[in-house]
Structure formats: C-alpha cells, structure tokens
Design a protein around this ligand. Structure first.
Ligand SMILES: [Zn+2]
Length: 293
C-alpha cells in the first residue's frame, strides 16, 4: 500500500473563510493522524474567477494557522499541458460539442428533460458541418455501467448514475478553460494523493472523478466528505454569500478560527490549547480517536 498522501486544493477566488478552513483542517488532521504527507495545490484554472493575490493570501493564512505542507505548492495554471495529454489519452470517450448554452436549454425542453445539469446528447455522434467545436465532453456509459459506487469514510455507501444524474460532462470548456473534474483527477494522480478529504459540496463530483480515473488507468483514492459550513440563511459559505476572511492579519486565529473550526468538526479536545502547536497535537489526537485511526 502506498504511503498516505492527502491534500488541500483551494481556488484563489478570495481569502479563506471558515468553510474552507474546516476543509483544510479535516484533510490536514487526517494526514497527521495517519503520519502521512499533506500537499497544497492552488486550483486557479478559472481565470474569470481568480482574484489577484488571493493565492498568496491563502498561503499566508495557512502558515499563520501553523499548517505546513510537505512539498512545493502546485498551481494548476502551470500544468495545463498535462490536462491536454489526458484529454488525448481519453480518445473516443471524448467528443467535441458545438452547443451553445441556449441550444442545450432548447433541446432539453424538446426532450422533456427538466434537470438543468443533464446534457441532451446533441453532439454525441458528431457535430453539424456548419458548426465548430466549442467544448469537449466525456461520453458517459449507459445502463448499469453508468452506476458508480464508492465507500465514503463518513457518509458510507454512495451511488450515482452518471447517465441519468449527470450526462456527458465537460472536460474542456467553450471558453478554453480546463474543467475542474479533469484537472483534479490528473493532479491527484500526479501528486500521489491516496486520501481525499474535502467538503460534502464536492460529493456529487466523486463518481465523475472515479470514472475518469478508471478510463485513465489511475488508482482511485479513498474519499471522505466532511460537513459544509452554512451561514445563517442556510447557504454554503462563499465569497458570493459574503463569507468573511478568518485571517484579518492581526487577529487571534487560534481563538477565532482554529478552535471554532475544530468545534464544527465535533472534535473534543482534551486540553484547552493555549498555543497553535498544542492545538494541532490535541486536534490530531481527537481526530484519530473520532475515526478509530
Ligand atoms: Zn453539443
């Protein structure tokens, strides 16, 4: 069995808020409790959403929290040639799609499909001669072959029918950007990640990523999806919902961020740590006890 390797992979769309700290903390504690490695990867492929300087702010905030990664930080924007290689390796599983958003919505209406996520399959067998490829999609299997099951370490047995619930999904977007699903799979494998610990908002992506891993001949890591922090309105914390940075430069991140994040993860600390190093020791012990490691 390969040595444990985990990772935290934030998008630089703004400073880290409590929701992202909870995800970072869970993956960090799981790695520490396994005596494993932990990596940091900046997922900066959506150039329209990137905020200048947010990556450096994230790195500084994690350092202020006393978190240390075991290799150089990786920026996905510097790895796009690897995504192109993977796209080519997928061969006939990939097809060019010429549909605009409006055309997809219209054909969905005609087919009587209601789920806004499902691609109606318009370009599966080729695109019309007067049209040009805009995006590249992955053909998903049909029937029983479309059902992907995996064991989540917190949520238990999970199952998703890629054909009915997702449809042929985008690997390279019409705007030229690489899709999250492909980049994550390529980079987790390249970095030797064995254990994925992340927010439950990404649970829905797991089946797509497992299918890509299988097509690319990659090992499927184990998955653990931790609860997502919601605001008072019940929305996931994000820049869009007005989440605040937990690191305001001179505030006490132990009291104001680390201890509340550990409480959210329901980690009973057996001591009240008064410094950050003691916090991580106590929290790692609590994590190992909670998950019987
Ligand atoms: Zn299409």
């Amino acid at each position: 069995m390969s040595r444990y390797c985990g990772r935290f992979a934030p998008s630089p769309t703004g400073p880290l808020h409590m929701g992202s700290l909870v995800a970072a903390m869970a993956s960090y504690l799981d790695a520490k409790a396994h005596f494993g490695r932990w990596l940091l990867r900046i997922e900066d492929l959506d150039f329209d959403r990137n905020v200048a300087g947010a990556d450096l702010h994230i790195i500084a905030s994690l350092k202020r929290c006393g978190m240390r990664w075991d290799d150089e930080v990786v920026w996905q924007s510097q790895r796009t040639s690897n995504y192109q290689i993977a796209l080519e390796k997928l061969g006939d599983h990939v097809f060019p799609c010429a549909c605009s958003r409006k055309e997809i919505a219209d054909s969905r209406l005609r087919a009587g499909l209601s789920d806004h996520q499902i691609y109606p399959g318009t370009c599966r067998n080729g695109i019309a001669q007067d049209k040009a490829a805009r995006a590249y999609r992955l053909r998903v299997p049909s029937g029983d072959a479309a059902i992907f099951e995996f064991q989540d370490r917190i949520l238990g047995r999970q199952s998703q029918d890629l054909s009915r619930e997702v449809g042929d999904f985008v690997l390279k977007r019409a705007d030229g950007f690489w899709a999250y699903q492909l980049a994550v799979v390529v980079d987790d494998a390249a970095q030797g990640v064995t254990h994925i610990v992340r927010g439950a908002d990404l649970l829905d992506s797991s089946a797509r990523q497992i299918y890509l891993q299988q097509l690319l001949g990659l090992t499927t890591p184990t998955y653990m999806h931790v609860p997502v922090v919601l605001n008072a309105e019940g929305e996931k914390l994000s820049k869009q919902t007005g989440a605040l940075a937990f690191d305001r430069g001179d505030n006490d991140v132990l009291q104001e961020a680390l201890l509340p994040a550990a409480a959210f993860l329901e980690l009973p600390l057996n001591t009240r740590p008064d410094n950050i190093d003691d916090f991580w020791l106590a929290a790692t012990t609590a994590w190992a006890a909670k998950f019987n490691l």
